[in-house]
Design a protein around this ligand. Structure first.
Ligand code: ADP
Ligand code: MG
Length: 247
């Protein structure tokens, strides 16, 4: 309970008007999770198990009925979403189509009214980090999907969030780019020591990216462990089946 950077404590959420048969099944069921500073934790589970909902609860984009979330000792419920210092990257990159790569990355910093010099410095640093300095004056439509997603990542990182949330950021990309970008995300995450919660339904992605994996099933966490632990010693039938290990 102590010394974790992110503390998710018995979060329970219902969707009113949920189409579940009994209407009373929570989408997140007393879900607890601790993430250490600088750690990359993956939420791995099938479609509909509640991964995106959990990220949205952390980001303050949706309410929940019970539990609490602390970031760096602060109760997030006490902070407006804007002041949470949480960055988010989604499957759809949602860049501003009429802005250059540079302006897309700088946008959040301009909004924060940072001094012009700092905006330039940080934006240039981000362009280097994603290896796209030569594309700073390009527009999103001139970029590949993989490049657009790198810009989206840089844009979220530029504001120097305390916590990065990534919701299946690679799933719209083709297999080759996905693999490349996976390694890229890992490198950047390590380089910045960025505490990250990464959502995926792809086991291979979880295996290669994570410090620890949380296998989710119907709004609960079935198992948490290093990739090696989860793959070698699945604790439940669900985990064994989902991971594809029947030994
Ligand atoms: P995942 O990201 O793991 O695929 P979600 O968090 O998107 O899962 O969804 C979890 C469950 O909550 C699903 O059963 C989904 O149908 C339900 N759900 C998600 N969003 C809403 C909503 N806005 N209203 C009602 N039910 C929702
Ligand atoms: Mg989802």
């Amino acid at each position: 309970m102590m010394n974790s950077y992110v503390e998710i404590n018995k979060v329970t959420k219902y969707f009113s008007g949920s189409r579940d048969v009994d209407g009373s099944k929570p989408v997140l069921d007393q879900l607890s999770l601790q993430v250490k500073e600088g750690e990359l934790v993956t939420l791995l589970g099938p479609s509909g198990c509640g991964k995106s909902t959990l990220l949205r609860c952390i980001a303050g984009l949706t309410d929940y009925e019970e539990g609490d979330v602390h970031l760096d000792g602060q109760d997030l419920a006490q902070l407006e979403p804007k002041r949470r210092q949480v960055g988010m990257v989604f499957q759809s990159y949602a860049l501003f189509p009429n802005m250059t790569v540079y302006d897309n990355i700088a946008f959040g910093l301009v909004m924060q009214r940072l001094p012009r010099k700092e905006i330039t410095q940080r934006t240039m640093k981000m362009l280097e980090l994603i290896d796209m300095t030569d594309k700073s004056t390009s527009y999103p439509h001139q970029l590949s999907g993989g490049q657009q997603q790198r810009v989206a990542l840089a844009r979220s990182l530029a504001i120097q969030p305390k916590l990065m949330l990534m919701d299946e950021p690679l799933s719209a990309l083709d297999a080759k780019i996905r693999k490349h970008l996976r390694a890229e995300i890992r490198r950047i995450q390590r380089e910045l020591g960025m505490t990250t919660i990464f959502v995926t339904h792809d086991q291979e992605e979880a295996l290669t990216l994570s410090d620890r994996i949380c296998v989710m099933h119907e709004g609960r966490i079935e198992q948490v462990g290093t990739p090696e632990e989860v793959y070698a010693r699945p604790l439940t039938t669900f985990v064994a089946k989902f991971i594809g290990n029947y030994n």
